[in-house]
Design a protein around this ligand. Sequence first.
Ligand SMILES: Cc1cc2nc3c(=O)[nH]c(=O)nc-3n(C[C@H](O)[C@H](O)[C@H](O)COP(=O)(O)OP(=O)(O)OC[C@H]3O[C@@H](n4cnc5c(N)ncnc54)[C@H](O)[C@@H]3O)c2cc1C
Length: 392
Amino acid sequence: MPVLNLERTAAMRDEDIVLFENSLAKWCDEHAPESRVAKWREQGVVDREVWTEAGEAGLLCLSVPEAYGGMGGDYRHEVVLMEQFGLKGVDGFGASLHNAIIAPYILHYGSEEQRRKWLPRMARGELVGAIAMTEPGTGSDLQSVKTTARLDGNNYVINGSKTFITNGQTANLIIVVAKTDPAAGAKGTSLIVVETDDGPEGTIPGFERGRNLHKLGQPAQDTSELFFNDVRVPTSNLIGPDPGRGFVQLIEQLPQERLNIAVQGMATIERALALTLAYVKERQAFGKRLIDFQNTQFKLAECKTKATVARAFVDRCIELHLEGKLDATLASMAKYWVSDLENEIVDECLQLFGGYGFMDEYPISRMYRDSRVQRIYGGTNEIMKILIARSL
Ligand SMILES: Cc1cc2nc3c(=O)[nH]c(=O)nc-3n(C[C@H](O)[C@H](O)[C@H](O)COP(=O)(O)OP(=O)(O)OC[C@H]3O[C@@H](n4cnc5c(N)ncnc54)[C@H](O)[C@@H]3O)c2cc1C
């Protein structure tokens, strides 16, 4: 029983999409039950095999054409995956990053040869994707990236350090944001693929993974430092026909990344409300159920109203994105607004759980910690406001 009364848009109610949603829900129950996800949290990373299991089930590269090994779906399939993972608590499995952030760079800007080389292996889960933009010295200010890719004959020689990289312990296809012309600012930035297994002993020389970072939340997700010391890759690993296009490619793809965060935020909001409603209808205080206190009703009425308003906006953004009309302003609004709201609603819900809300074994406590970063990654919410302000 959905918590929000608002019907989804026609695009999301399509028969194919609903069928896919049902089969994905089943897959999550079978392949990512709570016991397995708990193990991922303990080990700080998902089992490597879950990538190949997802590949076998056709869940990787959902919106990549079948000709390149994908499922031939569209962004709605990616939405369903993010929603089901959120609703079912499939924490830490970075398939949405792989599918809806990494694959699109190769699909949209890669050469035919690159698409044929990488996408089918990504769809099978043999290659796991990551994108390395952030460095110890720069995050929001992407133009200040210090990592360099120096041209040497038919190779680029990459030097630099990256940090906070999602899928960083697992990924073997890493899109590195590097300066091919350090003097040219944004126009000297390029995206270059490093296949980390592409070396004589199974690792490309000069590449090193640093720590799997301990975080406030999202413990099942590996987030890492990465080091590049004279890593040589062929110039054919450059994404796009010419160097210097990386910044534009990032700017064009970031709206989808930001919408992804809003979609994930909506799923968390919905799950928080569902868990809390069940709890307050059960738990008793002063001889009545928590739901019978007017404060509980008002708090949840406010949360539900705000969530419904947010759902209407996010669904409209999804529609616009399917039509190729989602601009940076709307995507930034969705990311900032929904991630703030997610934090607010999860906090209100946690309060209604009382002391149990603070206990690890209650999902709401984990959701509280996991949600915090939604306001930070994918561009901080302050950066979102800068982007929105440009439209004023
Ligand atoms: C769990 C996690 C996963 C991540 N995954 C990835 C990944 O896969 N790949 C990747 O490349 N990066 C990843 N990141 C990095 C993330 O995108 C950056 O942390 C984020 O963009 C902010 O950069 P920063 O941490 O350097 O903060 P800073 O840029 O140093 O910002 C610090 C503070 O200053 C504010 N600020 C900065 N500039 C301005 C300004 N002009 N006006 C007003 N305020 C400003 C920011 O909003 C923030 O509050 C991840 C981060 C985390 C925590």
